[in-house]
Design a binder for this molecule. Sequence first.
Ligand code: SF4
Length: 319
Amino acid sequence: MGNVREVRIARRTGFCYGVREAIDRAKEAAAAGKTTHTLGQVVHNEGVISALQAQGIQTVESLDDVNEGAAVVIRAHGVRPEVLARAESRGLEVIDGTCTWVIQEQREIKRCVEEGYSIVLLGTPRHPEVVGLLGFAPDAIVVDEEEDWEKIPKRKKMALLSQSTQPPWKFEKLAAFMVGRCHELKIVNTVCPVTIRRQEDTIEAARGVDLMVVVGGRSSANTKELTRLCGIVGTRAIQIESEEDLQDAAVFARAEIVGVTGGTSTPIEDLRCVALRVLQLAGTPEVSARAEELANEALAAAATPAGRTTSLPTISGAA
Ligand code: SF4
């Protein structure tokens, strides 16, 4: 038992629309009786992957693992164009779940190459979205942290783009840095609006609570950024992958109101599970006794129709 009397889930959390679409397309294919695979994990969340497996959807790391005639879903991150071509030449049914925003990024980077710009891409070098983008701009220079930036050469014409989930502040800072690197600079702001809204809503939630719990993959850049932003507004934050990481009530010792937020690959149902765990583990006796009811209320308050991002048909009472 503890002092927590309320848990709030940040607005507009849950899957982003790109992830949700890719998952839904895989589910639809399997429901239609197709042998369905996803090329790479459709989302880095073991619970979601297990649920898809239970519906007969297998994750494969290579097209060689897919039999002719079977369906292969391209996840939201997209792929290099030659991967799509190879899948088609092998007689696979390609279900392209590339996020529409990523498709737009791919078009923009291709256009910049055609216009003769040297490309700088702000992103994590091995991230699948970046790997896919490099298929359209093989000579692009990928930079991430500030210490990388000095390696950007000086060129006459340069174009700057970003992986969708990079923090906007970093993109702006790099744009300013690049002014000194070239004569002509084209800036194409490809930071995804979902990422920006998620960060805004997390900041808003963090301002009204004593402690934030950020839920997402340990290596997820957008999750780490949410944790960092909570710190910037002066609210202590802990980052976890699931409610199972919450074992010690001492973490919540001085907290009365706790906020919960999650990365774009974290299902909103996971946030409800985390809210429930916090209420049970660290709630006041009265709150702990009503933990289920309060966790459902927190979920319902967050997942308003405008902000709903779950891929499930209903959210109430989600397990
Ligand atoms: S974060 Fe944005 S760009 Fe990336 S998959 Fe989600 S909606 Fe698409």
